[in-house]
Design a protein around this ligand. Structure first.
Ligand SMILES: Nc1ncnc2c1ncn2[C@@H]1O[C@H](COP(=O)(O)OP(=O)(O)OP(=O)(O)O)[C@@H](O)[C@H]1O
Ligand SMILES: [Mg+2]
Length: 321
C-alpha cells in the first residue's frame, strides 16, 4: 500500500502538521473522523491522549520546512486512528508494516524525525516502548562467521518495542556476497518476520545508495512500504534553522551576523554540495559562535558582568567562519 498518498486529499497541504491539532479540537472534521458514531467514540478521549497529539504536532511544527514529512506523520496518525475505529467496529484492521526508508543528505533531519515517529508509535500503542536505537554498520557486523548474526540479533532484541534506525544502511551491501554485511541483512530480514509488529526498522542514507541497497536483496523493497525523501534545506531555511537554534539556547543574532552566516552558508553549499551537512553545519556554526562570544565577553568585561542583553547577543565578530 502506498501510504504516501493515502491521506493527502482535502487538507491544507502547506501546514499538514497543524491538522493534528485541528482534528483534536474538532472531532467532526471530515478528513479524519468521518460522520459515523464510531468516529465520535474513537476520537482521542482523555486529556492525556489529546496532550500527546498536541505535543507531537508542536514538535513537528517547530521543525523548519519538511512539509512532506509533516504530512506523512499525519497520514500515519490518521491510519492508526482509523485502524482503531475499524477494530472497534469489528472490521479487519492492523497488519500494516511500518518499516521505512529515509533518503537524504547529512543533517536533513532524519534522526530528529525518527525520534518523533517513535514517540507517535508508542503513544498510539503500535510500539510498547517507543525508544530509538541508532546503529551503523560497525554495530551490526562482526569479525567472524556467525558473529554478525549474533550482533545483529542482539541489537534487534534491544530495539524490540521501539525503532531500530540504521544509518548509512547501504554500507551493509557494500562488500558484496562475501562480506559479513550480507549476513546482517539476512538476519534483519528474518527478524522482520520473526518479530513482526514488535519493532519498526528505519533505514537511512543517501538516495542513490539506499536504492542500490534495496536492490541487493529481492526481499527488501516490499518490506519497506514507506519511503521518504529528506530534501536539502534552502539557504533561507538554513538561516531560519540558525535563528531557531539560537533562540532555543537563549541567544539572538544581530542582523549583520545573520547576513554573514547566510553568505558563508551559500559559499559552503556551493563549494561542496555533496559533503554539505545542512542543519548540522548550521548547528556547528552557532555553537562555535557561542564559544567565541564567551571568550569575547570575558575579555571585554574583565571587572564586571555583561548585561542580560549582551549575554544573549551573537555579533558578526563571533562568527569566525
Ligand atoms: N527542519 C529542521 N528544523 C530545525 N532543526 C533541524 C531541522 N532539521 C534538522 N535540524 C537539527 O539539525 C541537527 C541535525 O539533524 P539530524 O541529526 O536529525 O539530521 P540527520 O539527517 O539525521 O543527519 P545525519 O545524516 O548526518 O545523521 C539536529 O540538531 C536537528 O535538531
Ligand atoms: Mg542521523
Amino acid at each position: 500500500m502506498n501510504i504516501r498518498s493515502a491521506a493527502s486529499s482535502g487538507r491544507d497541504e502547506s501546514r499538514p502538521s497543524r491538522q493534528i491539532n485541528i482534528v483534536l479540537r474538532n472531532h467532526d472534521t471530515p478528513a479524519v473522523s468521518g460522520t459515523s458514531a464510531i468516529s465520535e467514540s474513537s476520537a482521542p478521549k482523555n486529556s492525556a491522549q489529546i496532550g500527546l497529539f498536541q505535543e507531537i504536532g508542536s514538535e513537528l511544527d517547530a521543525l523548519v520546512g519538511l512539509d512532506n514529512i509533516k504530512e506523512l506523520v499525519f497520514e500515519i496518525y490518521a491510519l492508526l486512528q482509523v485502524a482503531q475505529m475499524r477494530s472497534e467496529a469489528g472490521l479487519v484492521s492492523g497488519g500494516q508494516a511500518y518499516h521505512m526508508v529515509f533518503k537524504g543528505n547529512p543533517g536533513t533531519g532524519k534522526t530528529t524525525v525518527a525520534r518523533i515517529v517513535a514517540k507517535l508509535f508508542q503513544r498510539m500503542g503500535v510500539l510498547t516502548k517507543g525508544h530509538l536505537i541508532e546503529v551503523e554498520r560497525a554495530d551490526l557486523v562482526g569479525e567472524y562467521i556467525g558473529h554478525t548474526a549474533q550482533k545483529t540479533r542482539d541489537l534487534v532484541k534491544k530495539a524490540l518495542g521501539g525503532i531500530l534506525f540504521i544509518d548509512e544502511a547501504y554500507s551493509l551491501a557494500r562488500g558484496g556476497d562475501k562480506d559479513f554485511g550480507k549476513e546482517a541483512i539476512d538476519t534483519l530480514v528474518k527478524a522482520m518476520e520473526d518479530h513482526r509488529s514488535q519493532f519498526v526498522l528505519i533505514l537511512a542514507g543517501y538516495s542513490s545508495e539506499i536504492d542500490y541497497f534495496l536492490m541487493s536483496n529481492p526481499g527488501l523493497p516490499s518490506r519497506f512500504p514507506i519511503q521518504v525523501e529528506f530534501p536539502d534545506y534552502s539557504i533561507d531555511q538554513l538561516v531560519q534553522i540558525a535563528e531557531l537554534m539560537a533562540k532555543e539556547r537563549d541567544y539572538i543574532l544581530m542582523p549583520q551576523a545573520i547576513l554573514k552566516l547566510k553568505q558563508h552558508v551559500m559559499l559552503e553549499k556551493d563549494e561542496s554540495p555533496h559533503a554539505f551537512s545542512n542543519a548540522r553545519y548550521v548547528r556547528n556554526a552557532i555553537e562555535k559562535a557561542i564559544r567565541s562570544q564567551a571568550v569575547r565577553l570575558l575579555n571585554q568585561y574583565e571587572h564586571n558582568s555583561p548585561g542580560k542583553q549582551e549575554l544573549m547577543t551573537l555579533r558578526t565578530e563571533d562568527f569566525k567562519l
